[in-house]
Design a binder for this molecule. Structure first.
Ligand code: MN3
Length: 242
């Protein structure tokens, strides 16, 4: 291949891949730097050490997931906001209420930032996450029959999500509902088919479990309960019903 042909081939690769990079989760190191004078959003540190969830969630997965994937959503969201008039000053929840009016880059990266911020808080080192409150247990028993039946439904939602996405427990205003979303969508978005206040969320993208569980998403889903932060789940449930 001549030097000119090689340059053209590389240019073609860049052109083809750039839209995916702008929306994607897996290209953190190539994410555009935030260009806003003051970035609208920032990545908070994890509320525990990278290895705090070992051996259930390994430190390397946490380091990559938080430091690269989540950082990329933040960077891409800030870059989009800086380039889009009329969105300055909007909160993350404001942006969720108008995702259907904007390009997918907003949906994917606002969702990615919200979902992961929630996800980190919903986990705690084994033995430190507390227990479901009596009021939450009563509601789970009412809506699902038992805690085991709820967990089975939640795991099924995660297992049946084809490709990448999330499993959710949401409060819809009257009852608890299990659902799942594709990509970085979530039940707060204006066009979500099942809406509600997120109570529990599990990331079923392969990047959340592949280093430890490889293709066995089911093993990740069934062992993940051991690192659930029920104290935060209880708080979200109480807040959702205010
Ligand atoms: Mn993720």
């Amino acid at each position: 291949m001549s030097a000119k042909a090689l340059r053209l081939a590389l240019l073609g690769t860049c052109l083809l891949s750039s839209p995916a990079l702008a929306q994607g989760a897996t290209a953190a190191t190539e994410a555009p730097a935030a260009v806003a004078p003051a970035a609208a959003f920032s990545l908070a540190p994890l509320p525990y050490a990278y290895d705090a969830l070992e051996p259930l969630v390994d430190a390397e997965t946490m380091r990559i997931h938080h430091g690269r994937h989540h950082q990329a959503y933040v960077n891409n969201l800030n870059a989009f906001l800086a380039a889009t008039p009329g969105l300055a000053g909007k909160s993350l929840l404001d942006l969720h209420q108008e995702t259907s009016k904007h390009p997918a880059v907003l949906r994917n990266n606002a969702g990615g930032h919200y979902n992961h911020t929630l996800f980190w808080e919903l986990m705690a080192p084994k033995g430190q996450g507390g227990e479901p409150s009596a009021v939450l247990m009563a509601q789970i028993n009412k809506d699902f029959g038992s805690m085991e039946a709820f967990k089975t439904a939640f795991q099924a939602a995660g297992a049946q999500r084809f490709g990448s996405g999330w499993a959710w427990l949401v409060w819809d205003g009257a009852k608890l509902v299990v659902t799942s979303t594709p990509n970085q969508d979530n039940p707060l978005m204006d066009d979500a088919p099942v809406k509600g206040a997120p109570i529990i969320a599990n990331d079923v993208w392969e990047h959340a479990y592949y280093l430890k569980h490889q293709s066995n998403r089911g093993a990740y889903l069934t062992t993940w309960w051991e690192v659930v932060n029920w104290n935060e789940v209880n708080r979200l449930f109480d807040a959702a019903r205010q």
